[in-house]
Ligand binder design. Structure first.
Ligand SMILES: [Zn+2]
Length: 424
């Protein structure tokens, strides 16, 4: 019997999450998120925009972390528009995995290109068309050394089925490894996305990525329904998630919710195979870190990681949950890595910031059981920690302090941004 296709996670917190209006992450914070995602066994992190100058040092340093084994086995992939200049720039960073994006709906083709581009040659042979633009982009990325190329159909959910299948088929012929179905506006419902993805899987046969937005509150439902369609149609599915559901406008599909939905819901549990490396017990620390890094509190009713996710108060519920937690809980807090008491210092606290001195600094590191060879090393790390504080604009976490002490050279590279010189 053929092996059943698998559902894997491609987290896009460091790409779509940072596109969230009015919010962003420092490059050090993005690096920490990659490390947490790797510890959680997540298949892939879409970790940024490799053609963007201010990302390049961060991109290179994270690829170096992959090289030395710190960021392994997670796959680090970049997002890039389907344009030759950006593709060429992206590959100067040394990336090998890339998703190339092009809008496919009539609305976006007309609205974004203003009549300069058509969808296919039959519309107007004298103008550039999406099919040729895609073929050129995929070919260029392959020439430049791409190992994995995903072709993104932006606004796929508002693209007519006939053209979407044609575009996906052309992507396969051009050598793409995956096809990303983008529900860019959150327009799909679980039934429509299931049907679209099943048709794509059966007729084209490329592994499918699901990229869903939450504008109608259905991002998680659509992601798992789309994945179901892909698997039922015979191909592997890759769900795009963001930690705590961050992302443009109403956000992307929440990472923890997607994992729980696949593992625990009535129609998927034990019937669909989630990548077995996923370790849900790391969910709690990751959600807390991302909340801190974005400066956005986790809602009390957030799936799995909210304050109230395991709180019971009404008489019947509390009594039932105490007798047997399965009466009122589908999963236990321990599975998500919760339940350890957390100590909050209510007395004297020494934090590390941009004006810290060597004594307080050594005290903080001493409590993390990190020792320095000599004063010179301590001073160098202190200097980096001061810069890191300016860089993140908040007190450094223990995980960040540990990272800086372990990889001082890469930390320096991550925090270094040099704007390109003006032309001429
Ligand atoms: Zn998006």
């Amino acid at each position: 019997m053929a092996k059943m296709p698998t559902i894997c996670i491609v987290d896009v917190t460091n790409r779509d999450g940072v596109q969230t209006s009015r919010l962003g992450l420092a490059k050090l914070e993005k690096t920490m998120i990659n490390i947490y995602l790797n510890e959680m066994g997540i298949h892939q992190s879409e970790f940024g925009f490799p053609y963007t100058y201010h990302e390049m040092n961060y991109i290179r340093a994270n690829l170096a972390l992959a090289e030395c084994g710190e960021l392994r086995p997670i796959i680090l992939s970049g997002w890039c528009p389907m344009r030759e200049n950006e593709i060429a720039l992206a590959f100067t960073t040394g990336i090998r995995h890339v998703n190339l994006s092009l809008s496919t709906s009539g609305q976006m083709t007309r609205g974004k290109f203003g009549g300069r581009v058509v969808r296919c040659p039959e519309e107007d042979a004298s103008k550039p068309n999406l099919l040729d633009m895609m073929r050129t982009g995929v070919g260029r990325a392959r020439e430049l050394g791409a190992v994995m190329i995903g072709v993104n159909a932006e606004d796929a959910s508002r693209t007519d089925r006939e053209f979407l299948l044609r575009f996906a088929g052309a992507a396969k012929e051009a050598g793409a490894d995956r096809f990303r179905y983008c529900d860019t506006l959150g327009y799909d419902d679980p039934l429509t996305i299931y049907e679209n993805c099943r048709a794509l899987a059966e007729e084209i046969g490329l592994p499918l990525e699901l990229h869903c937005h939450n504008d109608l509150g259905m991002a998680v439902a659509c992601s798992v329904a789309g994945a179901k369609g892909a698997v039922d149609g015979g191909v592997d599915a890759y769900i795009n998630t963001a930690v705590n559901g961050m992302g443009e406008r109403a956000g992307n599909a929440d990472l923890v919710s997607v994992i729980l939905a696949i593992k625990k819901s009535s129609g998927l549990e034990d019937q669909y195979a989630l990548d077995e490396r996923v370790d849900l017990s790391k969910a709690w620390q990751l959600a807390k870190y991302v909340s801190y890094a974005f400066g956005v509190p986790i809602p009390v009713n957030q799936v799995g990681v909210g304050d109230n996710a395991f709180a019971h108060e009404s008489g019947i519920h509390a009594d039932g949950a105490l007798k047997d937690r399965r009466n009122y809980e589908l999963y236990s807090f321990e599975e998500l890595g919760r339940g350890e008491p957390e100590f909050i210092d209510t007395g004297r606290q020494i934090t590390v910031g941009e004006y810290s001195g060597i004594k307080g600094f050594r005290d903080v590191y001493g409590r993390l059981a990190i020792e320095f060879h000599d004063d010179e090393e301590a001073r160098q790390i202190l200097e980096l920690a001061r810069f890191a504080n300016v860089h993140t604009q908040k007190p450094l976490t223990n995980s960040e302090l540990r990272f800086i002490a372990k990889y001082p050279d890469l930390a320096r590279q991550i925090m270094t941004m040099t704007p390109p010189a003006p032309d001429g």
